[in-house]
Design a protein around this ligand. Structure first.
Ligand code: SF4
Ligand code: SF4
Length: 172
């Protein structure tokens, strides 16, 4: 195509550049900001582990953990979405807002660990989705154990084994 044809075509099309704040519509499956569904997050930090750009940080404290995300560092690769075992992360499909300062869109959420039903110590609990994945059908016995912290769970499991053994000995 000659330069004259290109010029004629451009003139025919007219102005195609959008004036700010107008923006081009994103294509289907556009990957934008990462969003956290707080109620589904268990604080496992898998998302932070796979995020090579350090856009997601999970900091553990004694009674809570902090999940933080800075879109200014995000490459929108989607690896955190794939890695999250509880489907707590999603990507928005709208273009992110325009910002001028790094960190302007950063978010951080503090989430409290639930207390152990025996000793009251806060601990990281498996949510509904993880329980179903691990056990398919969650019995009442397992359900009760899952509300205990690892050390109380171990003690309770040991008690149950002892009780079962004693019951067998009585039968004999
Ligand atoms: S999309 Fe990629 S870069 Fe962005 S937070 Fe997730 S893993 Fe990190
Ligand atoms: S991988 Fe999912 S569940 Fe684990 S900390 Fe990240 S968002 Fe929460």
């Amino acid at each position: 195509m000659s330069i004259l044809h290109i010029l004629a075509e451009n003139l025919r099309q007219g102005v195609v550049t959008l004036r700010y704040p107008q923006r081009v519509q994103p294509p289907p499956n556009y990957r934008s900001l990462v969003q956290l569904q707080k109620e589904q997050c268990v604080g496992c930090a898998c998302c932070a582990y796979v995020c090579v750009s350090g856009a997601i940080q999970v900091r553990e404290k004694r009674e809570e953990y902090v999940w933080a995300y800075d879109p200014a560092k995000c490459t929108f690769c989607g690896r955190c979405i794939e890695a999250c075992p509880t489907q707590a992360l999603q990507m928005q499909t709208e273009r992110p807002p325009i910002y001028h300062q790094p960190g302007a869109l950063a978010v951080s959420y503090s989430m409290t660990y639930p207390p152990c039903q025996s000793c009251g110590k806060p601990f990281r609990v498996a949510n509904e989705l993880l329980r179903q994945r691990a056990y398919v059908e969650v019995s009442q016995q397992v359900e009760n154990l899952l509300h205990l912290c690892p050390s109380c769970r171990q003690k309770e499991g040991f008690k149950q084994i002892l009780a079962a053994r004693q019951a067998k000995e009585v039968e004999r």
